[in-house]
Design a protein around this ligand. Structure first.
Ligand SMILES: *[C@@H]1O[C@H](CO)[C@@H](O)[C@H](O)[C@H]1NC(C)=O
Ligand SMILES: *[C@@H]1O[C@H](CO)[C@@H](O)[C@H](O)[C@H]1NC(C)=O
Ligand SMILES: *[C@@H]1O[C@H](CO)[C@@H](O)[C@H](O)[C@H]1NC(C)=O
Ligand SMILES: *[C@@H]1O[C@H](CO)[C@@H](O)[C@H](O)[C@H]1NC(C)=O
Ligand SMILES: *[C@@H]1O[C@H](CO)[C@@H](O)[C@H](O)[C@H]1NC(C)=O
Ligand SMILES: *[C@@H]1O[C@H](CO)[C@@H](O)[C@H](O)[C@H]1NC(C)=O
Ligand SMILES: *[C@@H]1O[C@H](CO)[C@@H](O)[C@H](O)[C@H]1NC(C)=O
Ligand SMILES: *[C@@H]1O[C@H](CO)[C@@H](O)[C@H](O)[C@H]1NC(C)=O
Ligand SMILES: *[C@@H]1O[C@H](CO)[C@@H](O)[C@H](O)[C@H]1NC(C)=O
Length: 442
């Protein structure tokens, strides 16, 4: 509508026509551009595809299929620190001064994806200081990536809905101006039936906000559970006995292990894997579950419980789950419910469950009936809900025009959305953040 844009569009059309005549072939489409409908595990900086001998994950290299910028780096200490994470041996880092470097993933539009970036620094650069930078999905900055220790990996995992047929994962420099890097990306399509009967259904219903995985806990577990037990390679962290960061009880914990849940919930996609559900912690009396975060956010809890005591009966275990902000406490009986899962994310309470530092989730026996066995906890997922919607991406027509210019001028190293979260230096975008960005000048 506005004048500058029309002029720009006319110039653009001319430019494309001229360039189109000059450029003969564009061999820029590397590899297969098949829309992701399962999981893609990308080992950043790797030179070749391989199957990991321990996890059995099929890793693919990141370049040139998903990214064309950055440099391969090598982390000699990775195998000794994380023997089961072959993907930590290499990184891709971005010493160029571009404001953003983006991976492009071909997706099904309007579908839900679980996207994880994993970062193991391992002193790959022999640098004096650890970097900090930002991670964005499409036009939204979703995480600050910082490190306390070069020898401990960090990850940021999100559930988002795709808006077009490509989703960008970008790394951006922050004010420290240090060099961004990344070790691995897991990109999983979550099929619609994933959402039917799990907490994920609530996430699916809300297309414009996004969710970050905060904690995935495997009570009574022993070692990190991931692929192949979990087909999406979700990380389930073990909690053994009293772990003051996450679970406390005034009486000692007992650990329960049983091959019980295999097969029961085959039909429930998205539930924790059987390896996770088959271990639990119990104790008599009250139990509190806490989290170490020192800031406030909206959360969704998914609490999983299953009876693993083979001598239990319908009156062995009656307990309540109490979470701040819920309308009432949930009465749970794993025997009579069969294996079930509970999430305090029922319609009216979904939106305003506020985590504040010190928030406690209490499991306590039902005092009104005899309950010889104490509360049981098998697994838990804790999500942070975004307070804002995903930022709108550049108007489709403009984005397509920019793609054509890039192709014809061999500017394919400029990836990501042309305007958000930061524009390419050679375009000018409308700046009102509440509206769909459009390009006003080149
Ligand atoms: C590894 O994966 C392949 C196919 O992806 C499968 O055929 C094989 O059984 C798996 N091996 C193990 C040990 O899980
Ligand atoms: C690595 O994986 C193997 C096989 O699954 C397991 O036995 C071992 O405990 C794991 N090591 C670590 C450090 O997690
Ligand atoms: C996107 O998917 C949601 C959930 O299935 C659906 O309600 C919505 O109509 C879809 N939007 C478009 C534009 O297809
Ligand atoms: C994505 O959609 C655009 C049109 O909106 C089309 O030009 C492009 O070929 C599509 N890409 C893929 C990988 O389907
Ligand atoms: C508590 O559990 C977390 C996650 O598994 C683990 O990193 C931490 O070391 C545990 N802390 C204690 C005191 O066991
Ligand atoms: C256990 O928790 C319930 C619910 O918060 C509370 O009413 C009860 O007093 C607690 N019991 C003890 C012994 O702390
Ligand atoms: C299992 O249940 C029985 C009673 O049914 C009880 O005596 C035993 O302590 C329970 N075991 C655990 C680990 O909770
Ligand atoms: C059920 O199990 C509890 C112990 O878990 C026991 O005290 C009780 O007698 C049992 N009831 C029946 C009807 O078997
Ligand atoms: C495009 O640029 C790449 C390096 O960035 C170069 O290898 C290639 O030859 C260029 N292609 C054309 C058509 O200019």
């Amino acid at each position: 509508m506005d004048k500058p844009k029309r002029i720009w569009k006319a110039m653009l059309t001319l430019l494309i026509a001229v360039l189109g005549a000059l450029v003969c072939t564009l061999s820029s489409a590397p590899g297969v551009w098949a829309q992701i409908q399962g999981s893609v595990f990308v080992d950043c900086g790797s030179m070749a595809s391989y199957v990991d001998g321990i996890t059995n994950i099929s890793w693919v290299p990141d370049a040139p299929q998903y990214i064309t910028t950055g440099v391969n780096g090598y982390v000699p200490s990775a195998p000794s620190i994380y023997p089961n994470f072959s993907e930590f041996t290499t990184v891709r880092y971005f010493p160029d001064t571009r404001a953003k470097n983006c991976y492009s993933f071909p997706v099904m539009p309007n579908s839900t994806y679980l996207i994880r970036g994993t970062f193991f620094h391992g002193n790959y650069d022999n640098g004096a200081t650890l970097p900090s930078f930002q991670m964005a999905i499409d036009g939204t900055i979703v995480a600050k990536v910082t490190f306390d220790n070069a020898a401990i990996f960090v990850y940021h995992e999100f559930m988002v809905a795709s808006v077009s047929n490509v989703t960008f994962l970008c790394l951006l420099r922050d004010s420290s101006n240090s060099v961004p890097f990344i070790s691995a990306i897991s990109f999983s399509f979550l099929p619609a039936d994933f959402f039917d009967s799990s907490v994920y259904a609530f996430l699916y219903g809300t297309r414009s906000i996004y969710f970050e995985t905060k904690y995935r806990l495997n009570f009574g577990g022993d070692g990190l559970v991931r692929y192949p037990d979990d087909e999406f390679d979700r990380y389930w962290f073990p909690i053994q006995g009293s772990n003051s960061t996450f679970i406390q009880s005034t009486s000692p914990f007992q650990s329960l292990v049983a091959r019980k849940t295999v097969g029961i919930y085959n039909g429930l996609s998205g539930s924790p894997p059987a390896t996770v559900l088959d271990t639990a912690l119990t104790s008599s009396g009250n139990r509190t579950i806490t989290f170490p975060d020192d800031y406030s956010y909206l959360y969704i809890l998914s609490f999983y419980y299953a009876e693993l005591n083979s001598t239990a009966n319908a009156s062995s275990r009656n307990f309540y789950l109490e979470a701040p902000g819920t309308v009432g406490d949930y009465l749970l009986n794993p025997y009579s419910n069969g294996f079930d899962f509970v999430f305090n994310a029922i319609d009216m309470v979904l939106w305003d469950l506020l985590y504040t530092p010190g928030t406690e989730i209490v499991l306590y026996p039902d005092q009104t009936v005899s309950s010889p066995l104490g509360p049981i906890a098998n697994a838990l997922e804790f999500w942070q809900m975004s307070t804002n919607s995903m930022a709108p991406v550049t108007e489709n027509q403009d984005a397509i025009a920019i793609e054509e210019i890039k192709s014809s001028m061999n500017l394919t190293d400029w990836t990501g959305d042309p305007c958000v979260p930061v524009p390419y230096p050679w375009v000018t975008c409308s700046t009102d953040s509440n509206f769909v960005p459009s390009i006003t000048a080149l």
